[in-house]
Design a protein around this ligand. Structure first.
Ligand code: FES
Length: 114
């Protein structure tokens, strides 16, 4: 159905192994990551440890290292890896004809939870 997905820009605008952020209502942000193998993942931009901005972390494979205390968060599940415990919500995301689309309802739910 038209309108289920929100076009947030071109894949080429996200640096490889980097991220861009999307502000949603309520002050929350969504971080959209592009990995070295050109996969795209979206998470709430908040580390499950002490709310570090994951978008500013370093992407290794399909995980990001939080810039504050270096927890590694899976981009696929949002779960902390290794000994650490916690989870950041993920948002469905896909790429269509070079455009990055995030699920509108999940983005709205993120805003409502803020
Ligand atoms: S806030 Fe992310 S590791 Fe501490």
């Amino acid at each position: 159905m038209i309108g289920d997905w929100l076009d947030i820009g071109a894949l080429a605008e996200i640096p490889a192994r980097g991220a861009r952020t999307i502000a949603v209502a309520g002050g929350e942000e969504i971080a959209v990551f592009r990995t070295g193998d050109d996969r795209v993942f979206a998470l709430v931009n908040r580390c499950p440890h002490k709310h570090g901005p994951l978008s500013q972390g370093i992407v290794h494979g399909h995980a990001v290292a939080c810039p504050l205390h270096n927890w590694r968060i899976s981009l696929e599940t949002g779960h902390a890896l290794g000994e650490d415990k916690g989870c950041t919500p993920t948002i469905p995301v896909r790429v269509d004809a070079g455009r990055v689309l995030i699920a509108r309802m999940a983005a709205l739910a993120t805003a409502m939870a803020a």
